[in-house]
Write a protein that binds this ligand. Sequence first.
Ligand code: DC
Length: 654
Amino acid sequence: MRLPGSKSISNRVLLLAGLSEGTTTVRDLLDSDDTQVMLTALRTLGCRIVPEGAALRITGLGGRLGVREASLFLGNAGTAMRPLTAALAMLAATQGGRFELSGVPRMHERPIADLVDALRPLGCRVDYLGQTGYPPLRLLPGSDDLDLSVPIRVRGDVSSQFLTALLLALPLLTAKQTATIDIEGELISKPYIEITLNLLARFGVAVQREGWQRFVIPAGSRYRSPGDIHVEGDASSASYFIALGAIAATDTPLRIEGVGTDSIQGDIRFIDAAEAMGAEVAGGAGWIEVRRGRWPLTAIDIDCNAIPDAAMTLAVMALYADGPSRLRNIASWRVKETDRIAAMASELRKLGAGVVEGADFIEVTPPLHWTPAVVHTYDDHRVAMCFSLAAFNPLAEPPPAEPVPVRILDPKCVAKTFPDYFETLFSVVCTQADWIPVITIDGPTASGKGTLACAVADALGYHVLDSGVLYRATALAAIRSAVDADDKSALAALAEALDLAFEQGNVRLDGVDVSALLRHENVGTLASRISAFPAVRQALLRLQWSFRRLPGLVADGRDMGTVIFPDAPLKIYLTASADARARRRHQQLEAAGVSTTLESLLVGLQERDARDQNRTASPLKPAADAVLLDNSALSIESTVDAVLSYWSRRTPLA
Ligand code: DC
């Protein structure tokens, strides 16, 4: 698998490119919620940002405000809020600007007082617009000459992002004077400071440091664009796949590309922790390969201060260990996207794990009895990603009596740093087909199955199978190659050899988009006729089964529940009165500019129903265990809601 770009590097590089003089081409940038808010902020501030192929060309402000007043919305991106606060406070003070910085409600609960307290003594004016100590903030003009003669003092033990923010902003002021930062308390998350220093050097600023106590930016330092910069893959995101390899790669190792053992990101040290638990890891520049070593994993007791984000992954790996694992020195978890210690504890307990939590540690004992769990994400991308690893419970030692399903609510919150996380995960794992959930929706023509299936699939993130399309495509292929409508074996051969591709709602037959053609009435009628032949139905079996892919499938047709997926945990039989269906079809056709009469449609529909219901091969009828749903008087929305609520009550997760 290939990793998306590092969030920490992406947002630092964007800000540096935005503040620098000159144009920077940024390659392999992460495209996610957090980088989008940074890009939007930079554009609002007057930076020119244009795509160049897959890269972005950013023309920086060169230390001069392009815009003197702006309101910036920064979502839940700490990597945008903290450094923009520092940089804009300094620019507002020295060049006369007024800026408001806000975010989502959770951002307004994430502390920023330590940074504000470091900025005010310089002469920066920062007002709290809500609760004291938290965003939203207003930054105002201050004293023209900010005073750097006294060392700036900042706490290091709450979030290293305060120091990063100062380090990224101060080169705006150091043309003529030296800036010194003194750290109060023990500096946490040092590897993130290393990333900051590394990138500052790439943009022409060499910071001197004395241990982790004092940082000096010498007079004469100012930003210069490196011209071209590449963002390495995200080491925190790599942790889920390193863990996956340690848990499940029993033959071939899982290869991870985009980040390697040469990474400048601190979270790459997650590899050491994974190895301590039993993973077998190999790596080089830009790649890592992981496979299972010891199994069950070995429980660990480890100081996670240097790998705060990736350490969440260890908490889930601990479910597969041979005893209790203790993750220490993680107080910063409490001020992240959510209170991560509380979140991890409560969700791990749902699975049956024993959890002890403290102010700055968590201890996880593997479940004696795994229990199905519905995992809340607290809008925290890392909670969503690391709990996906709990789905490997059938591999646990000892395994649960029955595989235990795990449902992750709001999986799309991974968009913060890894929008394709689940797609990437599903591309490297496989499971038994009968463990992949299927919802079948059968019913007569024009009952609204297709619309319902798409909406339900969209809500659940599942794949869709419109099986009628397969019969229609066979009919179209028959028309095109002039195969006789009664020649069963020739039709079956056509069905067997269909060259179909599905892309963004369109269907390609032999490489050509036939989506519109397939909906023609004559194609539908022929489909209905040839679908009565057992040989044709047989020929389409394997193709239909191949749609059963992770994370799940919604299949619509006539025999989805009775023949194709008889083990589906939820079967819907959707009907509506013939009148209601004829009216809907009539409206659809009118809207498409096709003129017909209601009467002729009604007759055609009833003929089609009769043929589908009375044929001997897989006749249209409700499965014995199907839920009958008559939607004659229901809106689409309420039909979808009805199915989703049946679904939430099915499955062992109810
Ligand atoms: O759902 P539809 O109108 O696109 O289906 C076209 C024809 O294909 C329908 O009249 C009957 C046949 N069909 C079938 O026999 N079995 C299915 N699972 C789906 C469709």
